[in-house]
Every structure is written in C-alpha cells, then in structure tokens.
Design a binder for this molecule. Structure first.
Ligand code: ZN
Length: 317
C-alpha cells in the first residue's frame, strides 16, 4: 500500500488517530452497485459531514459516470472544537487529507469540527483528494503527474457539481498558473528532478501547475483534434475500464493512454514536460479558448470557435 500526502500545513493542530474517537460511525453508500464505505469519527457534526461526503462523492462520478472503484472508503476525523459561526471564510476547514492506495482505496480527511456542509463543499481539498482516484497510480514517482491530474480535476469537478461557475473555474486555473510562473526558484532544472526532490527542497507551485498545464494541454488537443469525440474524460474512462484494479507507474499509464486513444500525445507530452525547465506559458492556449485576461480577471469570450470548445470542459460527459 502506498499513500500520497497532499496537505502538509497545520500538522501541529491535528488530533491524529490515537486521540480521535476510536469508534467510527460507518455507513455504506450504494451507487448502482458500487459501494462507498463512509467512516466518520466524530462526536457530533455527523449530519453535515454526511451531506458533504455525499456531495463530493457524487462530484467524483462526473468524469466516468460512476466511481473509479467498485468499493472504496472515505474516513473522516474531526479536529478542534470550533463553532461554525466562528469559522470565517478564510479558515481552511479541511486542513489535512491523504490518499492510501490498496485493495480498497481509502481517502482520509481531517475536518474542523463545526464546519458546515456549505463550508466543506466550498473547500477544494475534497474534490482534489477524490480526483487522485481517477488514475490507478501506485503512489510514487512523477509526483507532478499525479498532483497535476488532481489539481486539474478538482476544478472540473467543482464546476460540474455546480460549486463554481465556468468563469470562476478558469479564474482559478489562471491564478494557479500565475502562482506556478512566480515559483522560479528551480527554473533551469528539469521538472522531473524538481518533482523528485519536492519534499526536501520545495517548488510545489512549479511542480503542481506544470502538471495541470500538461493535462489542460492534452485535454485541449484531444477535444480539438477529435471534434469533441475524445477528451481527457473519455481517455481516463477507458483507462479505468481496463486497469482500475491495477497499480501502474506513470510511464505505464501514458503508454496505455496512447494506445487507448490511438495517439502519441500522452507520451510525447510526458517526455516534453518532464524535461521542461520552466512552467510552459499558458497564455496562448487561453487565447485560443476564448479566455481574455484583463487586469488579472478572466473574461469569457463568446461566439468564437475556441469558446465552443471551451464550454465542453465544464460539462460532465
Ligand atoms: Zn494531491
């Protein structure tokens, strides 16, 4: 079993499992024969957590039309004693989470006690962590690929679930790319090496947003070259159909994705990105999608070929 840790902040604030309530309230949620085992370790706030879990788990179906695995688990611990009325919008109500891959994939969340369903739904971490399950990644190597996928899809899942407008989604992607471009400490060093040394040396924005740029690039090209018949969604759906129960490295996945799409785009771009020495600029791609950047704000142009292509990203296939 391997795991991916996404959130490193606020670790000192955590009530880790030994001090959490030992008994879980477990329910099994069935969606067309697939089962989510939801374990909630909390003295109260069970109803708000249950509604949030339903919401993000439903969002995860907005790529294939179903969950990535026939059986999977969400484990939720509450930390702190905050009252929802004391939690202003600047508080990160999900300070830590991780994905453990195994026979049954488990996504563990630590949420602030007292957080409302609305606050939890508005937090990106839930969508991000569940999006990790969209590929049968074994949990080590090429972290830029895994984190890029989750960071890309956290935005697509939010817009498809009605949590963000289309403008807000592109605004978030724009702001992320700007953070990535501003993270210049390791410019000149190949992405593969920055990614490998991420935890020791940092460079998170360069690594994560290079990965997002890779997936946006591929999604755009697949949609454009197939007239909308293919996309990253359809590619991952096919990968899930063949390989959901496998444990694959990133080179194995890109090779399989090329075969499934009858293209070479996944492996060619994989090689290009892993040797990239700075985050590739995104602006020409935004222009081609009818996205106008004005004083740091994204405006959506209508009535252009790019705008019609762009609208597909926000819609579940
Ligand atoms: Zn992550």
């Amino acid at each position: 079993m391997s795991h991916i840790r996404c959130r490193w902040l606020a670790i000192a604030l955590l009530c880790l499992p030994p001090c959490a309530p030992s008994a879980a309230n477990t329910v099994e949620i069935d969606r067309n024969g697939q089962v989510l085992e939801l374990q909630i370790y909390a003295a109260d706030a069970q109803a708000s957590i249950r509604r949030w879990a339903d919401h993000v788990a439903d969002a995860l179906t907005l790529v294939y039309g179903h969950w990535p695995r026939d059986r999977w688990r969400m484990r939720v611990y509450t930390i702190g004693t905050a009252d929802a009325r004391e939690l202003d919008s600047s508080r990160d109500v999900i300070p830590w989470a991780q994905v453990n891959r195994g026979t049954v994939d488990t996504v563990t969340f630590y949420v602030l006690a007292g957080a409302s369903t609305e606050q939890l739904n508005a937090n990106w971490t839930g969508y991000h962590e569940l999006a990790h399950l969209l590929i049968p990644y074994r949990g080590w190597g090429d972290m830029w690929f895994s984190e890029g996928l989750a960071s890309y899809y956290q935005n697509l899942l939010q817009v498809r679930a009605g949590q963000l407008s289309e403008q807000q989604m592109w605004q978030k992607l724009y702001e992320g790319f700007e953070r990535g471009l501003a993270d210049t400490a390791f410019d000149g060093i190949p992405l593969s090496r920055v990614s490998r040394n991420l935890r020791q040396n940092g460079g998170y924005m360069r690594v994560y947003w290079s990965g997002v740029r890779y997936f946006l690039d591929i999604d755009h090209r697949l949609r454009q070259e197939s007239g909308g018949a293919q996309s990253l969604d359809t590619s991952l759906t096919d990968l899930n159909a063949c390989c959901a129960d496998k444990s694959m490295s990133v080179p194995q996945m890109v090779e399989r994705l090329d075969a499934l799409t009858n293209t070479t785009v996944f492996s060619a771009e994989y090689q290009r990105y892993r040797s990239s020495t700075t985050l590739p600029d995104y602006r020409a791609l935004f222009v081609s999608l009818g996205l106008i950047i004005l004083d740091g704000k994204i405006e959506l142009a209508d009535n252009t070929p790019g705008a019609r292509l762009r609208s597909g990203f926000a819609i579940a296939p």
